[in-house]
Design a protein around this ligand. Sequence first.
Ligand code: F3S
Length: 641
Amino acid sequence: MGKNLTYKILEDHLISGTLTPGEEIAIKVDQTLTQDSTGTMVYLQLEAMGIKEIKTELSVAYIDHNTLQTGFENADDHEFIKTVAEKYGVIFSKPGNGICHQLHLENFSVPGKTLIGSDSHTPTSGGMGVLAIGTGGLDVAAGMASGKYYLKAPKVVNIQLKGSLNPWVSAKDVILYVLKKLTVKGGVGKVIEYSGEGVKSLSLTDRATITNMGAELGATTSIFPSDEITRAFLKANGREESWKPLAADEDATYDEIIEIDLSNIPTLTAKPHSPDNVDAVDAVKGLKIDQVLIGSCTNSSYKDLMKAAAILKGKKVHPDVSLGISPGSSTILKMLADNGALSTFIAAGARILECSCGPCIGMGQSPKTDSVSLRTFNRNFCGRSGTKSADVYLVSPETAAISAVKGYFEDPVTLGEDIIIEEPTTYDISDNYFVRGKNIDATVVMGPNIKPFPTKEALTDGLEGKVVLKTGDNITTDDIMPSNAKLLPYRSNIPHLSKFCFHALDEKLWEKCELYGGGFIIGGDNYGQGSSREHAALVPLYLGIKAILAKSFARIHKANLINSGIIPLEFVDANDYASIGEMDELEIKDVKTALISKDIIEINNKTKNLTIKAKFVGSQRDIDILLLGGYLNYIKMNLGE
Ligand code: F3S
């Protein structure tokens, strides 16, 4: 029976487990990437593992998220990452150099390799035939230390592309079309594998736009075959020797097959406030707009920006519109400067932003109150722009550029004959953008913003404490640990962040935890939904939270709790939720024994004189991690195996 591309790469990298969807497997990690927002914690964790050498072929530390330096905090983080990178031989990418995923494509992605990254859009490299997975930071640290990554063997969905795109329809419209079809939950537990004749009509960076926003489908990753187009891109970047052809077998089997005729796709937009709230550009034509931003890891390639420049050439940005351009890499910025496109942007009245994530993560360019912002980015959740009342629409660079000129939502198809942008045969790659080299004696500089992260001892039999907080249903990781431009500089400073934990529910939670030495949290259904934020587990750990008893947990947050050594327990009878109140005194006498024997766990509510039944739902490996007090202790025990 023929194999699909995903399982070919998994098989090549399999260390343990069987390749059956849903089974836990360990694979060899070839490459890792970090960005600064998650990276400080990754390297603190790596340091705590006490290893001398990392086991990956290549690891890169990018600085692209918190590049604003309005105080010493971000600068401290950058210096820490730079010096720790030197110690382990991790390549360091300076702030201003560009966005991790675009830079990785241009400089390091290799077809057929595995890549894990502490950023959810790591699958961008899937456009080059890399099995590229976004993970939690601790997984990346563990991947570097052990060379392994654990995951559930995924289902594979094949999207067969046929035909070719109509004029002015672009790769962004393709992925918006897929999002409309599958929704933001459609990819969970799956890899999206693209194939078919239509693949040939997509450039390498088109493919990367599509795999980038596979993250919005909730997919494990997305992947394209490696072909002559891949080879040409690598050649243009001076890395042709890294190329190899890769494709699924002719008779490959899949869990699901979806056919898409590219010629059926119109220009599309994702309306507020979800990437799958997709409609035709035609349906919103004429809507007045206030801001346009072109860039982000989704649409900041040479082709994207050249297309925007071609539309803007000889025109002016509408007086009511602010247009910002952030190129994906310094390489692209230099190419635009050399070929005159940069002048075109400036003459049109655009604001040239740094080569970084910037407004995508709310670092600058927050739109005005009640405004409409068109962005070529990948997420339009309410408030992500920094302005809660703003409506953010996700669009292609083509739609963004023409709308910036008009001052209202416009369909680029009205421009008539399409403009074809040729792929460059040479990218102006410069080594200056990276700091390479290894010095195991390098001094790791930890400025005052870098604080040690919380750790835990192995579990002892018996937990006791007060219920310091009781929440309702659908608590998000953002409710637990808010992330905004004011708090982002403190990603490496858990003690500071702890003062904002659950701020909207209980401003004084940290004081209560300090007074009572932590305790328990009671949650409703779907506790910890939303982003994969590791800090939503690390900060409660710092506050001394021992266990969380909820009706149910969101998957990724539950994994993060286990990794931190906080026990996620579920009510056997959800009605018992009502019987526990804040400040009740709880006691679990033999939690360790119950976990080992996989028994029901009895919780004694000493205040109400009641016994409540709870259970732990997880794998043997999860239990082992909890018994040892978290993944860090587990990985230290298992290094070298
Ligand atoms: Fe950066 Fe936004 Fe991508 S924060 S990595 S540009 S999703």
